[in-house]
Every structure is written in C-alpha cells, then in structure tokens.
Design a protein around this ligand. Structure first.
Ligand code: ADP
Ligand code: ZN
Length: 294
C-alpha cells in the first residue's frame, strides 16, 4: 500500500513550521525557521517539501487572509503590517512548485479543525479554538464547517466590559481596549511591567485576565453555540487560569444556557488543546486532508 503524505505549513509572523505527515494527524518530519521576507521564506518552504511525495498541502496562515474562492485575491495574505507580506499570493506561490490540492485558512481556523479531527474536540461536530498569545485569535468549526464570511471572523478584537479597577489603557493599535488590547500576552506585560511567565505568583493578575477572557468566551458561547471551547496559546500556560475562566463563564451565563455541558460538565467543555503545541501544525495537516478529500 502506498502511504499518503500530506504537507503542512503553519505560517506565523515570527516563525514558520513546515511538516510532512499522514492522514491521522501523525507528523513524520518537521522544520521550524524564522519568518523572513516572502521570497527567502518560500525558498525554505519549497526546499523542505521538494524531497517528499505529497498528495496535498495545507496552509494555516497569519492574517488577514482572503478566503473567498471567487475573489481574484483568493489565497492572499492581504493587509498585514508585517513588512513585505501584504498582498502576498500565498496559495499561488505554493501552486507554482506543487501541483496538488491546497487547503488554505487562518491559523486559528486550522487549529480548530486539527483539534476537531484529532484533538480535544474529537467526535464532536465542531469547536472553537482560542489562542491567547502575542495576539488573541479564535477559529471556529460550526456543524462541520469552518467559519468564514465577508472576510473571516476576528473574535480577538471584540469589545468587552472593562474592569472598573483596571487603569490600563489597552494596547491594540486599532481599538486600544478591545479584548486583545486588554488580555494578550503583551497587554499583560505592559500593564504589570513583567512578562506573564514572571507573574505566576500574583493572583490579581490572573483574576483580571480571567475576568476578560471569560467575558469573551461567554460571548462566543452565546453567539456561536460551540460544541467545545479550546483555549491555547502562551498565556494559557498559567495553570491557574483555565479553572478561573471556567468558573467565571458559568457565573456570567448564570444558568441561561440550559445545557448540561455548561451546567454540570464545564471541565470537559472548556478545555486545553488536546494536541498541545502541535494544534497549529496538525491543523494545517487537517486542511491538507480536507483539500485532498474535496
Ligand atoms: P504567538 O502568539 O506569538 O504564536 P505564544 O502563543 O507562545 O506565541 O504567545 C506568546 C505570549 O505568551 C507572550 O506574550 C508571552 O509573554 C506569553 N507567555 C508565554 N509563556 C507564558 C507563561 N508561562 N505564562 C504567561 N504568559 C506566557
Ligand atoms: Zn483590537
């Protein structure tokens, strides 16, 4: 029997991860390199994949990206402030070198799909995946479909209620005190004057962080009715944070969403990524698998 190899690209603003893997989410080989300008970076990507026989390639990319298949700029990274990457025709560039089906989506949608196929949401029909890191992003699979739209959802930038005792102005260059501006890793660092990892013994830091994240998660639950909520990213490495978020979500919803997942099984409903730090790259593999099947 011939093995099927799938190619996966997790494209981030600071690093690229490329992998070759299989249809069950297994990763056979992977490389990581710093994101440079597009031509240098693509050269490294092509070199890595050239020695493999690929059936499909999946790309989970930083954004914003154009996901509209009828658009002339489908498969582009569009308006990013990241130097030289704006209007980059990602899918076209990969297609030049590999004549295989290509799956393309946001990094967080990819991670949501990976978690659904092989991770914490396995067996469900959908989930949301939220990363709380340098930025805040959320991907969603709703009843089997990756959530797109006019562009794609940007759930990290929603507006939430400020804590009355929080004097921090917020760090989002677009909205100042949106969710990302108040609760991303850099926002924590600016507010408290130290990196999140060095604030482990300051309970007030994590109370406030959970205050913001729980509002966001409660909103996502009310709007999307996700089957499972997965919280990843560097900031979620604080082990005290997830239980606080769960507790505050239940409190905020206050019994309104009458489902046992929320009323009695919150520990199984709001969870850490089953794929750990591999959610992104396995997600890209999942996009490749989907592209091959379609
Ligand atoms: P990125 O979002 O760039 O892909 P990460 O998900 O690793 O990368 O997020 C990086 C952010 O997470 C940084 O702001 C960093 O300070 C924060 N972070 C990393 N580890 C921890 C930790 N153990 N506790 C709290 N914050 C952390
Ligand atoms: Zn914002």
């Amino acid at each position: 029997m011939i093995s099927l190899y799938l190619g996966a690209i997790e494209a981030g603003g600071t690093k690229f991860v490329c992998a070759v893997g299989g249809e069950n989410g297994e990763v056979y080989e992977r490389v990581t390199f710093a994101t440079k300008n597009p031509s240098e970076t693509m050269e490294e990507v092509v070199q890595f994949f050239k020695s493999h026989k690929l059936k499909a390639i999946g790309i989970g990319s930083f954004g914003p990206v154009d996901l509209d298949r009828t658009s002339p700029t489908y498969g582009y990274i569009t308006s990013t402030p990241k130097l030289n990457w704006s209007n980059f025709p990602f899918v076209e560039e990969i297609k030049k070198h590999f004549n295989v089906p290509i799956g393309f989506d946001t990094d967080v949608n990819a991670a949501a799909l990976g978690e659904l196929l092989w991770g914490a949401a396995k067996g469900e029909t959908g989930c949301i995946y939220m990363t709380v890191g340098t930025g805040i992003g959320v991907g969603a699979v709703i009843e089997g479909e990756l959530l797109h739209g006019l562009s794609h959802p940007e759930m990290g930038h929603i507006l939430i209620r400020r804590h009355p005792d929080d004097p921090f102005a917020g760090s989002c260059p677009f909205h100042q005190d949106c969710l990302e501006g108040l609760a991303s890793g850099p926002a924590i660092e600016k507010r408290w004057g130290k990196k999140g990892a060095e604030l482990a013994d300051r309970p007030e830091v994590w109370e406030l962080e959970a205050f913001y994240l729980a509002q966001a998660v409660a909103n996502y639950i009310l709007i999307l009715s996700p089957r499972k909520v997965i919280l990843g990213g560097g900031v979620m490495k604080q082990p005290q944070l997830l239980p606080l978020v769960r507790q505050k979500v239940v409190h905020l919803l206050n019994g309104y969403v009458q489902h046992e997942a929320i009323l009695h099984r919150i520990d199984e409903y709001i969870v850490s990524p089953g794929l750990g730090d591999n959610a992104g790259i396995c997600g890209a593999l999942a996009l490749a698998k989907r592209a091959m099947e379609q």
